[in-house]
Design a binder for this molecule. Structure first.
Ligand SMILES: NC(=O)c1ccc[n+]([C@@H]2O[C@H](COP(=O)([O-])OP(=O)(O)OC[C@H]3O[C@@H](n4cnc5c(N)ncnc54)[C@H](O)[C@@H]3O)[C@@H](O)[C@H]2O)c1
Length: 266
């Protein structure tokens, strides 16, 4: 019997799904066993994704994907995020590696609970790009010394959720680092209730830009007396996410709980 990881992809015909299909099909230790997308059910996977040599058809939904393809791991880039699919996968003993953003705190809490009950792990990775993970780590480190910080995240105009999953994760890491160091940031004089001041996550103001031409970008701005530190990351191509996706898939069969963020796997 093959000891390759059996991988299926949700949202296979989308921008990220097609890249994942290509990356998994090219990985020697993985077997691409199926894919689903509501946009192209029944279509041959090669025809639907542009990746040659695939012999299966795209299924219409998560349930039929799990039943027919019998994957160990499902990479989920179906948009919008659907918690019902995660419930189904976990109860079937399949590990979801979720790249789609837009989960609520309640969704994360529920995933954690079901993972504990079933003993099947689940990953929620707001950003698979290694450079973005380093940006988050460096931001958390800098916040201990420069606690006054705001985030500007910039994405393409087809993105549905705001603020981005990456900015939320960054803000939470900054908040955690500041709290652990016992540091409270100064409050700016003006009201934070004005919409022009952005949204707040973990006590950090987050500003979202949506424009055609962008892929995924973020600036973390730290202000100190007489100085500004800017940490910036740019994903200029979706291939930037693929090494992180493959890393997560390789680790997925070995986890038993909720893993939130690629930083937990490095
Ligand atoms: N984690 C990361 O590193 C990362 C990187 C880039 C994008 N994203 C996120 O990934 C998600 C997808 O982005 P995209 O640009 O590929 O979107 P997209 O719109 O190009 O693709 C989404 C696909 O999902 C399909 N879909 C919708 N509902 C479905 C369902 N119920 N079952 C199966 N398929 C379904 C759509 O038909 C579409 O083909 C977004 O939430 C985006 O923010 C995450």
């Amino acid at each position: 019997m093959s000891d390759k990881i059996r991988v299926a992809v949700m949202g296979a015909c989308g921008r990220m799904g097609r890249e994942v299909i290509k990356a998994v099909a090219g990985a020697n230790d993985m077997e691409l066993v199926g894919a689903c997308d509501i946009a192209c059910p029944g279509v041959n996977a090669s025809e639907a994704t542009g990746v040659p040599g695939l012999e299966f058809s795209i299924t219409a939904d998560c349930n039929s994907l799990i039943t027919t393809a019998k994957p160990h791991v499902v990479v989920d880039f179906a948009k919008p995020f659907d918690m019902a699919n995660v419930r189904f996968m976990l109860k079937a003993g399949v590990v979801p590696v979720i790249g789609t953003t837009g989960q609520s705190d309640d969704d994360l809490a529920e995933m954690s609970k079901i993972a504990e009950e079933t003993g099947t792990g689940v990953m929620v990775i707001p950003n698979f790009a290694i450079g973005a993970v380093l940006m988050m780590k460096f931001a958390a480190e800098a916040a201990k010394y420069m606690p006054n910080v705001e985030i500007i995240e910039l994405h393409h105009d087809k993105k549905l959720d705001a603020p981005s999953g990456t900015s939320i994760k960054t803000a939470l890491m900054i908040d955690e680092a500041r709290k652990a160091a016992g540091i409270v940031p100064e409050q700016p004089l003006g009201s934070l209730d004005d919409p022009a001041r952005g949204d707040q996550r973990g006590g950090v103001q987050v500003h979202s830009v949506r424009l055609p031409g962008l892929v995924a970008h973020q600036e973390v701005l730290f202000g100190g007396t007489g100085q500004i530190l800017t940490i910036r990351h740019d994903s200029i191509d979706r291939t930037s996410f693929m090494p992180g996706v493959l890393l997560a898939v390789r680790r997925a069969p070995h986890i038993k709980a909720l893993v939130y963020g690629l930083d937990k796997l490095l």
